[in-house]
Design a protein around this ligand. Structure first.
Ligand SMILES: Cc1cc2nc3c(=O)[nH]c(=O)nc-3n(C[C@H](O)[C@H](O)[C@H](O)COP(=O)(O)OP(=O)(O)OC[C@H]3O[C@@H](n4cnc5c(N)ncnc54)[C@H](O)[C@@H]3O)c2cc1C
Length: 460
């Protein structure tokens, strides 16, 4: 992987809003008003006189569930890369979530457990925000919609209009009536089921190539009242079980986060046929066999029904290698790539895609041609997230199927294994590893031979 990916990624993580942004558009439209759409709208607010977010759901006035984002009932961890971005572009975001009851856990209150063993303290700079997805989204929405030039229109986008190869309008349906919105720039933030590829293909543009990776995950998330606030208990805990035993009823990953309203949100995840914790009794029984924070978290009364989620595969769409694509059209968030969610990358990826959009618009790129330079930047972010999540899933699949892998891949996996083992005892290796898993650094930074030597020394 070229070294430049590391510095390009660093630049996107460090990006800040432009000091003197240039207004490029009269109207910019974002299709989809969830996390990725809201963050894109924040960026566009610097460059358009008005930004319209077209969203098919009625958006709740208070933190709460809605129809088109079923994942919002599941545990959502906001990684440091995403929170840093939010704090820079929507100042005060963290404090407002804390005022609403969210918790910030530093290294002393965060436990990352590999097969039950706790990772070494990686030091400061890796705080995780404990909050429900509902609260995170509501806080972002409130701040973005408070911008004077951003508004939401309720409607379901049904297609695009083009003038001489440039996007010029959005067709949508609102209250049963077909309507059209003129626009000078459009962003697809319609999430995993986005139909943008069909729309552009129907208009004889290139269809982005879709890559799928089998990754059948079964989430079960429960929320419990949090009575026990023992100071020695972590308030954010992620557990990976590489060799789940029968006693754990098929759990491969589990998470327990203290969140607003004095609650614990607890998730159990199994691969393939394993669907752990579908009933309250089973959920509690499994938690009782996991590290003590899980037993404590699951000991209070449930504050809402247990909710399950199944996802069969990770997906990514390649927009960076298209030769015939409409100008003034980009895609962000899950519409471009959605991964195995156990790595918690989705919201932070969306934030880094927004960084790519800002860099693209600041560059004053030629807007009469397809936004390939945007998609190339974004590909660095997608590759980084994919390397982590798809890397893990491919290894699991290869092991299950007994597939022989090329020597180079085997070596990379071996090196990563050494690094992960060393995170249990060596704080500096834990720091390097967390920088990558929290999306603050590109995964290629783990290929540094000095790091691998250090990891080997720590394991011996
Ligand atoms: C089980 C699970 C757990 C997860 N856990 C984490 C986690 O811990 N940390 C993390 O960072 N990420 C996590 N994610 C990922 C995260 O949910 C997404 O990456 C994030 O929400 C960004 O998604 P998005 O905004 O691109 O799409 P979505 O959130 O799916 O939103 C798409 C939006 O587009 C709207 N829309 C769709 N079609 C139309 C249309 N035709 N017209 C108008 N509007 C439309 C929808 O109503 C919706 O509002 C998890 C995902 C899953 C499935």
């Amino acid at each position: 992987m070229p070294e430049s990916f590391i510095s390009d990624f660093d630049a996107l993580v460090q990006a800040r809003p432009p000091a003197q942004p240039l207004v490029l558009f009269e109207t910019a439209t974002v299709l989809g008003g969830s996390i990725a759409g809201l963050l894109a709208a924040r960026v566009l607010a610097d460059h358009a006189r008005q930004v319209v977010i077209l969203e098919r759901d009625e958006l709740p006035a208070r933190p709460g569930a809605r129809t088109s984002t079923p994942q919002d009932q599941q545990v959502h961890t906001l990684l440091p890369a995403g929170r840093l971005w939010l704090e820079r572009w929507l100042p005060g975001f963290t404090q407002e979530t804390l005022d609403a009851g969210a918790l910030l856990s530093g290294s002393e209150a965060t436990a990352t457990l590999l097969d039950g063993h706790r990772q070494a303290d990686a030091g400061a700079g890796f705080e995780l925000l404990g909050a429900s997805r509902h609260l995170i989204e509501a806080a972002i929405r409130a701040k973005v919609l408070a911008l004077p030039n951003v508004s939401v229109r309720h409607g379901r986008a049904t297609g695009l209009r083009y003038t001489d190869g440039v996007v010029s309008g959005i067709d949508y349906v609102a209250e049963g009536t077909s309507q059209m919105l003129r626009t000078d720039f459009a962003v697809d933030a319609m999430g995993r089921p986005s139909r943008l590829s069909d729309w552009v293909a129907a208009a004889d543009f290139d269809r982005p190539q879709l890559t799928r990776l089998e990754s059948p995950i079964n989430y079960t998330t429960a929320v419990f009242a949090r009575a026990d606030k023992a100071p020695d208990l972590p308030i954010t805990c992620a557990l990976s079980l590489f060799s789940p035993g029968h006693a754990n009823a098929g759990v491969s990953v589990a998470a327990a986060n203290a969140i607003e309203d004095d609650q614990w949100i607890v998730m159990l995840m199994g691969y393939d046929e394993a669907r752990p914790g579908r009933t309250a009794d089973e959920f509690r029984k499994i938690c009782a066999g996991l590290p003590s924070v899980f037993a404590t978290a699951a000991s209070g009364p449930l504050t809402r029904d247990i909710v399950t989620y199944h996802q069969a595969e990770s997906r990514r769409r390649d927009f960076a290698h298209l030769s015939h694509f409409p100008a003034r059209l980009v895609a962000v968030g899950d519409a471009v790539a959605s991964f195995n969610p156990i790595y918690g990358q989705g919201m932070s990826s969306a934030a880094l895609h927004a960084s790519c959009l800002s860099a693209y618009l600041i560059d004053e790129t030629d807007l009469s041609v397809p936004a390939i330079s945007f998609f190339e930047r974004q590909q660095v972010v997608v590759d980084a997230a994919w390397a982590i999540s798809a890397g893990g899933d491919s290894e699991r699949l290869d092991a299950a199927r007994g597939t022989d892998v090329p020597e180079q891949v085997a070596q990379q996996r071996w090196a990563l294994q050494q690094i992960m083992s060393a995170t249990l005892s060596d704080p500096s290796v834990a720091e390097a590893f967390n920088s990558v898993s929290y999306m603050l650094r590109h995964p290629a930074s783990l290929g540094d031979p000095r790091l691998i030597e250090r990891a080997l020394a720590a394991s011996n």
